[in-house]
Design a protein. Structure first.
Length: 468
């Protein structure tokens, strides 16, 4: 591998993970970002030279430049790299290059659950002393990192399908947790386009590769059927999993308790173990089963990893408790797709006798427009819905697609109280704070600045105590 890299927007969770891996592998890394952050600090502490602000002066004259999809052509560092004739790689190119040098590559894919499954897999291998290398899309709380380079047998990565770059990877084993319409700005024909991309991706699997497929998901079932009918992917095989189904791996006898969940794992009809997890919701049964099945298929000694499933508290921003004051509890969740929101809110059923307030920040105008009706139907079970302004994520506004219109339509169709609060997260927190009461549960939902809601509410609580 090349030994010198420059990252544009090095402070992103995915970009910083790649930078950490390279730094631990002895590479020279520099980068830039608009803001300082914990991710910037993380790579700086490992030896990266990081500039705040984008400038052509930041770019070394003898490096590979790494950029994400969000970086536009007119960025001064992109312009400088072009003038110098430097290689410009998408972050997926770098991850693909890294993975080619790893012994056994396990990838986690699908519309939902990639970060949790890749994080859980990395965590249990790490705790078992198996020294995995990994690059995942979130901070693993107990390990306080999103990447590691250890030169053990297993390399774990989250494989993003959002922009089609997943076709660049060739894993030994890939988990396909689910496939549903999303990223419709890129996948113009919805699920059909996503399936076409996954068909190409799976055709590139390494020799004797394994596709671990969730047969309870209709999109994944269509993918498996397509390959079976057309007799494709001869160099790879499908292994299946489900809850209670007639599949290679299955979860049975599930018991949901207030603080934990237990279930039995079966392989080819034979009992293997009873797993205990502290993650909430049926989606985390699927996630945990997928990780267990992946490691079992990869030949890991499961006695080493089994005990560690129950100590994994989840990834950052996945139903993460971020604060508590005056009997009010605040959670933060990355959910920004209807299916993800529904799964997250299903976890709130454990809060008996509490008032559940969902604060929804729509992410991307294109997703909001294309999944408008689906978003309308996922808030059953909450006691109040608050809708904030759309987080554009570099997209242009779409006329008529806005949060105020959504809130008005929601109020016409649902008995759940709903209000639209405009402005930044400080303004949203101020408007929300004055109506909060003891025993309220506030759940922030979205992939944008909604993550600031918890800290803003906590600050308001501290200010009130000072005034008192």
């Amino acid at each position: 591998m090349n030994k010198k890299y420059h990252f544009i927007a090095i402070g992103g969770v995915g970009m910083s993970g790649l930078a950490k891996y390279l730094l631990q592998n002895g590479c020279e890394v520099s980068g830039s970002d608009i803001n300082d952050s914990k991710y910037v600090k993380g790579v700086r502490d490992l030896g990266a030279k990081v500039y705040i602000g984008h400038s052509e002066d930041n770019v070394p004259e003898d490096c590979i430049v790494v950029a994400s999809t969000a970086i536009r052509e007119f960025n001064p560092e992109i312009q400088k790299a072009k003038r110098l004739g430097l290689p410009i790689w998408h972050r997926s190119d770098l991850l693909a290059e890294i993975s080619r040098h790893e012994d056994y590559f396990i990838g986690f894919s699908g519309t939902h659950g990639k970060t949790t499954t890749s994080g859980l897999c990395s965590y249990v291998l790490e705790k078992a002393g198996l020294k995995p290398s990994y690059v995942v899309g979130g901070i693993i709380p107990e390990l306080n990192t999103n990447a590691n380079c250890s030169h053990g047998k297993y390399f774990i990565a989250e494989l993003d399908e959002s922009d089609g770059t997943i076709v660049k990877y060739s894993p030994n084993l890939v988990v396909v947790n689910n496939l549903e319409p999303d990223h419709l700005d890129f996948y113009k024909n919805g699920l059909e386009s996503i399936l076409e991309t996954f068909e190409t991706f799976i055709s590139n699997m390494r020799e004797n590769g394994v596709i671990l497929a969730n047969m309870d998901n209709e999109g994944v079932k269509r993918l498996v059927k397509y390959f079976s009918v057309h007799e494709l992917a001869h160099h790879a095989k499908f292994v299946t999993y489900s809850i209670g189904g007639n599949t290679d791996y299955s979860a049975k006898n599930i018991k949901y308790e207030q603080d934990y969940t237990t279930f039995d794992v079966y392989y080819k009809g034979k009992f293997q173990t009873r797993l205990k997890i502290i993650l909430k919701g049926v989606h985390n049964v699927y996630n945990s089963l997928a990780v267990w099945a992946a490691l079992h298929t990869a030949g890991v000694d499961m006695k080493l990893v089994n005990p560690h499933f129950e100590t994994f508290s989840g990834m950052g921003r996945r139903f993460q408790k971020v604060g508590e004051f005056n009997g009010i509890t605040i959670y933060d969740d990355y959910a920004h797709h209807p299916t993800e929101i529904k799964a997250t809110l299903s976890c709130s059923k454990a809060f008996k006798g509490k008032r559940i307030i969902a604060v929804f920040q729509p992410h991307r105008y294109s997703r909001f427009q294309n999944l408008w009706n689906e978003f309308m139907r996922v808030f059953d079970g909450v006691d109040e819905l608050v809708v904030t302004d759309v987080f554009a994520a570099c997209e242009d506004e779409i006329v008529g697609v806005n949060s105020k219109s959504f809130a008005n339509e929601f109020k016409e169709k649902s008995d759940i109280p709903c209000r639209y609060i405009p402005g930044n997260m400080h303004e949203v927190a101020k408007a929300l704070y004055k109506d909060l009461k003891p025993n309220d549960i506030v759940i922030g939902l979205g992939a944008g600045t909604i993550t600031q809601l918890g800290p803003e509410l906590m600050n308001l609580s501290k200010e009130q105590k000072v005034k008192a």
